[in-house]
Write a protein that binds this ligand. Structure first.
Ligand code: ADP
Length: 500
């Protein structure tokens, strides 16, 4: 291994910024993380100070080099991965943001989304962008910015302002204000991007009244965008970029159609590679660009569950049933079966495939003997049931079914959860040794462009599996468990439907 073959991944997330230096075997040589403060100006609104966000990333770069005796000269490439959909608008001339960053979590454009739905635009938007109409995506947040301060729109039309998601903001700043681009995977989450033609869509920009002069240049996920202008990494090419979930799929080595990963974090994100085909789904799964390398674009299907690890936190913090998150595993394994207890984690309604905002969390089947063990087991099982619902609709929509699920995220440490997951899905569940898939994916994309790795085949050979969980439930056990879960979901939905 030559000593200048390190790859630096910058992972800018919702609550922290991280920098990880990988060697050419894909092993982390150094890693640092700094928290990022969120701003909550009103209920449902979430923002960041874009300068603080940038400063936190710059600080991770300084600190990651301090952690080792490496310098920027050892680094062949920088890859960026980021929280998706978050909107930043800044002045081209000064680099100053004109407003706080509006977070992906922010619901401020909900009314406008309703109007779009009422105007019957759902099919058109799904067809072009692969998305459902929701405040989550960047387009309506940007529209809100222009509406609340109309002078911004005329400035944008004159070319004085630039829009970007977090990737664009970082690349523009790190290159000293010379490169304004966004990779296709991030562009896919704006609701302004045609995922087939791989360009901004004029009609959607017209509908959302977004001046096209503000938009970054859409670019593939693995090519040289520009060079770092100053600091420790001055002169290093920035040559990989993807939104966090797509980067995680890439970092998990899911390069072929039919390969899929699930991240068990606060919520769950399941993504499946569908290859060259951008599959549209009627059950509310999203379609996005996964990545585009050497002119070949891979598409993904994406489904998410709002609550997963957060339900474990709830058992610990609100119910006081656990001392640590790990207790949930010990308690779940302390009983031989779930004793007929089921939990539906619909704290904020249900996502795909139900899309029911009214459903609420429920436990079913409680008897006098139930205690912490039954609650813990039901909560862990509910996470696996949610993922199994997502995988089922993906298999219905996609040309190739999922034959193995690769996993990461905080709750993937639970052997009980993964064993039950494999049983429910009837396919193996595989946990890698290194589970920071997001950063690894960004490093892989950048390292490919810089020649650190030659092909995805090289990357696949770097992967080390820590444990494979084979499916151990019989067809009868699996069928019974799924039937009970679906009955529980139906009852949870009825609770939301009843008159108050
Ligand atoms: P995010 O990136 O979404 O903030 P993480 O990937 O860090 O989340 O995962 C955090 C989640 O992992 C928490 O919600 C927590 O409940 C869960 N978790 C942590 N340790 C365990 C454990 N030993 N068993 C099961 N779940 C766990």
């Amino acid at each position: 291994m030559s000593e200048n073959n390190y790859v630096l991944a910058l992972d800018q997330g919702t609550t922290s910024s991280r920098a990880i230096l990988f060697n050419s075997r894909g092993e982390a040589a150094a890693s640092v993380q700094h928290p990022l403060q969120q701003i909550f100006p009103r209920p449902g609104w979430v923002e960041y100070d874009p300068m603080k966000l940038l400063a936190s990333v710059r600080q991770t770069v300084v600190d990651v080099f301090r952690e080792t005796d490496l310098t920027g000269r050892s680094v062949a490439a920088i890859g960026i991965t980021n929280q998706r959909e978050t909107v930043i608008l800044w002045e081209r001339a000064t680099g100053k943001p004109v407003y706080n960053a509006i977070s992906w979590q922010c619901r401020r454009s909900a009314k406008y989304c309703e109007q779009l739905r009422e105007s019957g635009l759902e099919d058109l938007i799904r067809q072009k962008t692969g998305l459902v109409i929701d405040p989550y995506f960047s387009g309506t947040k940007l529209r809100w910015l222009f509406d609340q301060e109309p002078s911004l729109r005329s400035r944008a039309e004159r070319g004085e302002l630039l829009f970007g998601t977090v990737d664009s903001w970082l690349i523009w700043n790190l290159t000293g204000g010379t490169v304004h681009c966004t990779d296709y995977s991030n562009a896919s989450r704006t609701m302004l991007f045609d995922i087939e033609r791989l360009c901004w869509d004029e009609e959607l920009c017209r509908i959302l009244e977004i001046p096209m002069a503000v938009l970054p240049e859409p670019v593939p996920s693995s090519q040289i965008y520009g060079y770092v202008a100053e600091g420790e990494a001055a002169g290093v090419p920035i040559c990989g970029s993807a939104g966090d979930q797509q980067a995680a799929l890439f970092g998990q080595g899911c390069f072929e159609p039919g390969m899929a990963k699930n991240t068990y974090g606060t919520g769950c994100f399941t993504l499946m590679n569908t290859g060259r085909e951008s599959v549209r789904d009627k059950n509310g799964l999203l379609t996005s660009v996964g990545w585009s390398i050497n002119g070949e674009t891979s598409y993904v299907l994406e489904g998410s569950a709002f609550h997963a690890g957060s339900a474990i936190q709830w058992l610990r913090d609100e119910c006081g049933m656990l001392q640590t998150a790990h207790d949930v595993d010990i308690l779940a394994e302390s009983i031989p079966d779930n004793r007929g207890v089921y939990f539906v984690p619909a704290f904020t309604g249900l996502g795909a495939p139900y899309w029911d905002h009214a459903a609420r969390g429920c436990f079913f089947g409680l008897t006098r003997g139930c205690g912490r063990a039954e609650f813990s087991r039901a909560v862990l099982e509910s996470i696996a049931f949610e993922v199994s619902d997502l995988v089922a609709v993906m298999n219905e929509a996609a040309p190739v079914p999922i034959s193995e699920l690769r996993v990461d995220g905080g709750a993937c440490v639970s052997d009980f959860l993964l064993d039950f997951q494999a049983g429910l899905l009837g396919i193996p569940v595989e946990r890698p040794v290194y589970t920071e898939s997001t950063a690894l994916g960004a490093a892989y994309l950048a390292g490919l462009a810089a020649g650190v790795w030659g092909s995805t085949g090289d990357l696949a050979s770097l992967r080390r599996s820590e444990r494979v969980f084979p499916p151990r439930l019989s067809e009868a056990q699996r069928g019974r468990a799924l039937r009970n879960w679906h009955d529980a979901v139906a009852l949870a939905r009825r609770w939301g439907d009843r008159a108050e």
